[in-house]
Write a protein that binds this ligand. Structure first.
Ligand SMILES: Cc1cc2nc3c(=O)[nH]c(=O)nc-3n(C[C@H](O)[C@H](O)[C@H](O)COP(=O)(O)OP(=O)(O)OC[C@H]3O[C@@H](n4cnc5c(N)ncnc54)[C@H](O)[C@@H]3O)c2cc1C
Length: 486
């Protein structure tokens, strides 16, 4: 799109939202060039910051009429490049839509605008209620971004991911139409469009209102951190805890490199010579908690733990968690740059995949720190490199890619919670068959036939709606008369 047309669109946005909420100046736009994954950077043509659903709808309709691509952005903490703008396109920033619309604890529901941060939900509902999905970025990331990425966190092992807590959505569709899917009630009839939207990574429209489910807060929590000489013993302890039938609220693991980085940043008291640290939290009724907690300590001891530290009060509990939640940011203490990886493996494959990561780290001569949601088998290897050393960034990217493939080959997935975005789209074909990708594309096209919404993300190769790569061949569903090409 030419500069003149984009200027006309910016003027239209200024009429809708007011000129002070439309950014065209390159210095101010630079803030929005990337998300948390800094190596993808694109300058948007225009950024606009609507404050109401009506403003979002009018902005999206104007883009639709002008045929201009756009990208939604929450807080920009994503780690897969999902909110990276399109050059000469529009960035719709939702961080000013931050009202909590309804706290209905009697019905265990809360209704929020998309720019509300994850932690603000917990603050709004008070101590008797619980909203479990808790990404480590929870003090900044938005609920809109959580919905788009189907975000997880330490407590999702027991309680489930964002998708298990979204009951209803008000959506602005790619042509500007406003619709509501789902609601406060459970199990509404019809297709599960809420389920389709959650995790769609900003490719189907914009969530402007979100109904979340709450649960009563657990009566009691017990938290410990156990130290081991190596990851293998810690991994066996995780398997034994789960095999014993105990379902902890969270089981998180860090290796020695991660411990050293987080300790330098947080001074939480983890021993620097520990080969692995396992944070285990059990929650529920007091009597059950106490019984299972003793069993967890016993299992850690049986697996050779070298020490156990139990949180005696909420302050000590927060200190244990502080180290884990600061793990990504703490990498800056031990490396100029790092590349966050996010993939999933079956929990039983933990030892095998960790060994493979160590081998790859040696081959590529780069250090890899490991921090992960051990209960879910959701790994976050952090590949450490120095951008100023020629070739290291490329080596880091290659190593990270080989880790993804190792996880897929072990029966896992290319992403656990950070999404595909730009970062992982090249690996989609390693995980899904061509027929699966066609099916995803059909769903996307039914929302966005013009493909103006977050183009170039998630799908491995950009295609037009209905276009299949290579010579035309009938899809098995077409052959069966179940679906038709459009
Ligand atoms: C230090 C750190 C720790 C992290 N820890 C975790 C973790 O433990 N678990 C986890 O899951 N993630 C984690 N993340 C990743 C990130 O915080 C999450 O993916 C989060 O949900 C992104 O929210 P956001 O508001 O920043 O979204 P953005 O980065 O702004 O956008 C993410 C995607 O959502 C889309 N989007 C945003 N708002 C909307 C909307 N209203 N409607 C439709 N689409 C929208 C965007 O187009 C984009 O595709 C971490 C990130 C950092 C930097």
């Amino acid at each position: 799109m030419g500069g003149k047309d984009l200027r006309a669109l910016a003027e239209r946005f200024a009429q809708i939202c007011g000129p002070h909420r439309v950014l065209t100046d390159r210095d101010r736009l630079a803030t929005y060039r990337s998300d948390g994954l800094l190596h993808f950077q694109v300058m948007p043509g225009v950024a606009v910051l609507p404050e109401t659903t009506a403003e979002v709808a009018a902005v999206v309709a104007a883009c639709h009429d002008a045929g201009v691509p756009w990208v939604a952005r929450g807080s920009g903490t994503g780690l897969s490049g999902g909110a990276v703008p399109v050059e000469d396109g529009v960035l719709i920033v939702l961080s000013r839509m931050r009202r909590i619309l309804d706290v209905d604890t009697a019905n265990l529901r809360v209704v929020v605008e998309p720019g509300v941060t994850n932690v603000q939900v917990s603050q709004a509902i008070g101590p008797g209620y619980y909203y479990p999905p808790d990404p480590s970025s929870q003090i900044v990331c938005s609920i809109g971004g959580n919905v788009a990425e189907n975000s997880g966190g330490a407590h999702c092992f027991k309680y489930g991911f964002t998708t298990n807590y979204v009951m209803g959505l008000e959506l602005v569709l790619p042509d500007g139409e406003v619709v509501t899917v789902g609601g406060k009630e459970c199990d509404l009839p019809g297709y599960d469009l809420v389920g389709a939207f959650v995790g769609s990574e900003g490719t189907l429209g914009i969530a402007t209102k979100i109904v979340l489910r709450l649960i009563p807060a657990p009566e009691h929590r017990e938290t410990l951190v156990a130290y081991f000489n190596d990851m293998e013993h810690a991994g066996h302890a995780v398997s034994d805890v789960v095999a014993s039938g105990i379902l902890p609220g969270a089981i998180e693991m860090m290796d020695n490199l991660a411990i050293r980085a987080t300790e330098e940043a947080t001074h939480a008291g983890y021993p620097l010579d520990a080969g692995a640290a396992l944070i285990i939290e059990v929650d529920g009724p007091v009597s059950e908690c106490k019984a299972t907690f003793d069993e967890v300590v016993e299992i850690c001891k049986r697996n050779g733990c070298t020490g156990v530290r139990v949180a005696e009060d909420e302050h000590q509990r927060q200190l244990i968690w502080k180290a884990r939640k600061a793990a990504f940011a703490a990498m800056g203490r031990i490396s100029p740059n790092y590349y966050v990886q996010d993939s999933v493996i079956p929990r039983t494959g933990l030892a095998e995949v960790l060994n493979r990561i160590e081998q790859l780290s040696r081959e590529h001569r780069l250090r890899v720190a490991n921090v992960f949601h051990a209960g879910d088998g959701n790994l976050h290897p952090l590949v450490l490199y120095d951008h100023s050393v020629e070739g290291e960034a490329e080596r880091a990217e290659k190593l990270a890619g080989e880790i993804v493939l190792a996880c897929v080959h072990a029966g896992g997935s290319i992403t656990g919670e950070h999404g595909v975005g730009l970062d992982k789209k090249a690996y989609m074909a390693d995980m899904f068959a061509e027929e699966d990708l066609d099916c995803f594309q059909k769903l996307r096209c039914s929302f966005d036939p013009e493909q103006l919404v977050n183009p170039g993300k998630v799908m491995p190769t950009p295609r037009l709606c209905g276009e299949v790569p290579g010579p035309y061949r009938q899809h098995p569903l077409e052959r069966a008369g179940v679906a038709e090409r459009f």
